[in-house]
Design a protein around this ligand. Structure first.
Ligand SMILES: Nc1nc2c(ncn2[C@@H]2O[C@H](COP(=O)(O)OP(=O)(O)OP(=O)(O)O)[C@@H](O)[C@H]2O)c(=O)[nH]1
Length: 475
């Protein structure tokens, strides 16, 4: 089969599936079988074809996708220009995010363009223009025209003609109550027929996220979420609500005002942040490497009882110092990384740990094995300082560090001890279990309780796979 024929066969197979009303296992299999046949006829190695089939099935896990998710989108072929419409509340960071999204894809080889259909906020066009110019991305908008539908249609048409393959439409910001603006958004969607609608939300909106996201979803077919301002203090728990309300994955997060402060969403650090911990799942996998085999069950047992004693801290310091380039290992242990050991200052941190250990050497067994902070009274602190030749301030600092770590590690309480090979499943369950404790009850209820949360986590975990053409995928 010559190349052109092969291309035709593949396109036909995809087209056939795209025409199917429901994309289910059968539709996907039919399509894959068709492609397989064409590839084999073109003398493509059997193993290669088989691997491709397996990989595609792995990526397109139909069962794992949320009910309302548009499966077609993931399977869609690349090549035709895609229109992506951004919606979100005023000030959510929508305009900034549009440019970041365009810039990100431009670097991946796409040819993006920006259309400013925000005629509501004075200055919106100027802002977009400025950002777009900086990133050398073509833009379209008007100071005179007040009809956002007209502008968006003109913009999309123009960029289609100019062969742009990712046309991004920025719409006016709005509040839930503003019926007129919602109507406007619906009209813009109707006129531009976007392939994807992205809901942009500020990470700090918290519990209000569910209602807001739902209101947007009810007006337009939101297919993905981007959470902004993750560089701030907010933990971003509202993202869970937005995912639940829109049944769409979070695809990116905004981490600053600059163009490149934009990251593909990754569930692990997100969950860790939500819980105020280090990378738990990484930690669960790494604990086997960091902690000597014979100490592992005991350590996990103690942590599951919620007793993070000074002795545990001492033993972990000991393990870590034995490990060689400790920076890497350190970053895996919750709470041990950035604060105790800033990047690039490993030597100083190592010295600090040794100092802490010297002070702990002057402690009694009772002190080391207690998890009662009140035990450390003034006379004990003075004795430890004298015994180790350090100042009272040093001892206090070490105890503060212990308290900080104890607080973080106390979240391990109730942890089920993993059997061999259960690490990642455990970390997933543990995440859901612990998350259910830190989330406000109202939010948990909206998400669908513990079961809903577990599903969400699974869904969020596979968000990377689901991004396809509109996410982080290379072109
Ligand atoms: N720190 C931080 N600031 C951000 C981020 N994303 C956007 N911003 C800032 O948030 C503010 C609002 O962003 P805009 O992009 O103007 O918001 P908008 O949603 O388009 O506003 P409207 O057009 O009024 O709807 C700006 O000052 C941005 O620089 C982010 O990820 N981190």
């Amino acid at each position: 089969m010559v190349l052109a024929e092969l291309g035709g066969s593949i396109s036909r197979a995809i087209q056939q599936m795209s025409n199917a009303t429901i994309i289910d296992e059968k539709a996907l299999n039919d399509c894959l079988n068709e492609i397989t046949r064409a590839l084999l006829q073109s003398d493509v190695q059997f193993k290669l074809v088989r691997d491709m089939q397996t990989n595609i099935k792995k990526i397109v896990n139909l069962d794992d996708l949320a009910a309302g998710h548009n499966k077609r989108k993931i399977i869609q072929q690349k090549g035709k220009p895609s229109v992506v419409m951004f919606v979100g509340l005023q000030g959510s960071g929508k305009t900034t995010t549009c440019t970041k999204y365009a810039y990100y894809h431009q670097k991946k080889g796409w040819k993006p363009a920006l259309v400013c259909a925000d005629t509501f906020r004075a200055g919106a066009f100027d802002q977009l223009k400025q950002n777009a110019t900086k990133a050398k991305i073509p833009f379209y908008g008007s100071y005179m025209e007040s009809d956002p539908v007209k502008i968006s249609v003109e913009g999309v048409e123009r960029f289609k003609k100019e062969n742009c393959d990712l046309i991004i439409v920025d719409t006016s910001g709005r509040h839930k109550q503003e019926v007129a603006l919602f109507e406007e958004m619906r009209q813009v969607a109707e006129a531009t027929k976007p392939d994807l609608v992205i809901f942009v939300m500020d990470s700090s909106i918290g519990q209000a996220a569910f209602d807001q996201a739902q209101a947007f979803k009810q007006s337009v077919a939101v297919g993905a979420v981007i959470v902004t301002k993750m560089d701030g203090h907010a933990k971003g728990g509202g993202a869970l609500s937005a995912v639940a309300a829109t049944k769409s994955p979070v695809i990116f997060i905004g981490t600053g005002e600059h163009m490149d402060e934009f990251e593909v969403f990754d569930v692990k650090p997100f969950v860790s942040r939500l819980l105020g911990m280090g990378d738990w799942s990484g930690f669960m996998d790494k604990i086997q490497e960091v902690v000597p085999m014979d100490q592992q069950p005991e350590l996990l047992q103690k942590l599951s009882e919620g007793n993070f004693t000074l002795r545990i801290m001492y033993e972990q310091f000991q393990n870590l110092l034995k490990m060689g380039p400790i920076g890497q290992v350190f970053s895996m242990l919750p709470g041990f990384s950035s604060e105790l050991m800033p990047k690039g200052r490993e030597k100083e941190s190592q010295a600090k740990i040794k100092r802490y250990m010297t002070m702990m050497d002057s402690m009694t067994n009772e002190e080391l094995d207690s998890s009662n902070p009140k035990l450390m009274n003034e006379s004990r602190i003075m004795r430890i300082a004298r015994g180790s030749g350090r100042s009272v301030r040093d001892v206090m600092e070490m105890l503060e560090e212990y308290k900080r770590l104890a607080k973080i590690w106390s979240k391990m309480k109730g942890l089920k001890i993993p059997k061999k090979g259960e690490m990642s499943a455990l970390s997933r369950n543990m995440n859901a279990q612990h998350m259910s404790k830190v989330l406000p009850p109202q939010m948990l209820k909206q998400i669908g309780g513990m079961g809903g949360l577990q599903n969400l986590m699974k869904q969020m975990g596979s968000a990377k796979d689901m991004m396809g053409m509109f996410g982080g995928g290379d072109k």
